[in-house]
Write a protein that binds this ligand. Structure first.
Ligand SMILES: [Zn+2]
Length: 374
């Protein structure tokens, strides 16, 4: 699920909706198979144009249903105080990107069930619509029947207990609720998820062997996707778990060297930066901090211009500094670095600079704790 290769569609109920470029492939495949195969074989004798119109309309309604499924997850998540980054439709369906873990087993259970529950309700509504319209308009009946079936399948597929599918989240919530241990529950759910993903791959390979090329490849691909999703969810969980409850103050580097703003870069690098081995350089004038000089900014200046460039030409002014507070949780710090696309953030309390927290500090913190098995 790539974040960068997506089209932003706008916001629904406060959640950003995106279309990954891979979605267009599945949209075309679904439309073509409905118009060229499914509808002509079920309802013979309609015109070619009718099949294409019905196919395209049904496909759009199908992906709208997928979106409704993801929105249901998102709304419950937000109701329990866990923000939703965005919903992305991509080649394997839809995904609501929720960075944080739910706070209770009950919240996770309801969040996980909301999606398949919504798909079942949508399925029932389309079924009813098909029943009512079949006698007056066979075309609308055809759309309703297929959408009722596919939404029921969507609910069923998502309820497979392979984490991070919805069913796997239900499983995790139940184990979490019973044991009171989220970490243990996540381990179990991930193990089961990878086992089920492996089952998909085997099923796909078997289908390939008996000559079902398209189905076989598709099922194997889904298996591969589920396996990597389970593995990366687990990695993310472990990371969050390690960082939770710790603050920026614990990992920040507080040795900062104050530098005057009129210093040229060549003198700064040779006489201050290299000998000190530090990376935190607040720029001061008249006892006040005016800004911050970073390695990143220095690298942007060609070396031959270092002797003519002064510190205050390239420093980040105080007012523009993106910063964190010392009591901010490391998970928040991590998210802020990702959002701002920076490798370090100054730690600021009031108008004083307490230190810097760098990605390296976070990695060292994580590394140490993983080594010690904490
Ligand atoms: Zn779902």
């Amino acid at each position: 699920m790539s974040g960068g290769n997506a089209l932003r569609l706008g916001r629904i109920l406060g959640v950003e909706i995106k279309l990954d470029y891979s979605w267009f492939i599945i949209f075309v495949l679904v439309t073509v198979s409905l118009s060229g195969q499914i509808f002509p074989s079920l309802y013979a004798g309609w015109s070619r144009g009718t099949y294409w119109l019905l196919g395209a309309l049904t496909s759009v309604l199908f992906f709208t249903s997928v979106l409704a499924h993801e929105l249901a997850h998102s709304l419950v998540s937000q109701a329990y105080g866990v923000p939703v980054h965005d919903i992305t439709l991509f080649i394997f369906g839809g995904a609501a990107h929720i960075d944080e873990e739910p706070k209770t087993a009950r919240a996770e259970l309801l969040m996980a069930l909301a999606g398949p529950g919504t798909s079942l309700v949508i399925s029932a509504l389309f079924g009813l619509f098909a029943l009512l319209s079949r006698s007056t308009s066979p075309h609308l009946g055809a759309i309703g029947t297929w959408l009722a079936g596919i939404n029921a399948s969507l609910a069923a597929f998502n309820l497979i207990p392979g984490f991070p599918l919805d069913g796997g989240r239900v499983f995790r919530a139940l184990v979490w609720g019973l044991t009171g241990n989220l970490q243990r529950a996540t381990q179990f759910a991930t193990g089961l998820g990878r086992l089920i993903a492996f089952g998909f791959v085997l099923l796909g390979v078997w289908q390939l062997f008996i000559g079902n090329w398209v189905n076989g490849l598709w099922i194997a691909f889904i298996g591969w996707f589920l396996d990597s999703a389970a593995a990366s969810s687990y990695r993310r969980f472990t990371l969050r778990h390690l960082l939770a409850g710790h603050t920026a103050r614990e990992v920040m580097t507080s040795e900062c060297t104050l530098i005057p703003r009129h210093l040229t870069l060549d003198v700064f690098v040779e006489q201050i930066m290299l000998p000190s081995g530090r990376r935190c350089f607040p720029v001061q004038e008249g006892g006040r901090i005016r800004g911050l000089l970073t390695l990143h900014r220095i690298r942007e200046v060609p070396r031959e211009r270092w002797s003519q460039t002064r510190v205050d030409d390239i420093m980040i002014p105080w007012a523009e500094l993106k910063s964190v507070r010392p009591d901010e949780e490391l998970n928040t710090v991590f998210d802020r670095m990702a959002a701002e696309d920076v490798n370090q953030l100054p730690v600021i309390e009031g108008d004083s600079l307490l230190g810097m927290v760098a990605r390296d500090n976070l990695l060292a913190f994580i590394h140490q704790r993983t080594e010690l098995g904490l």
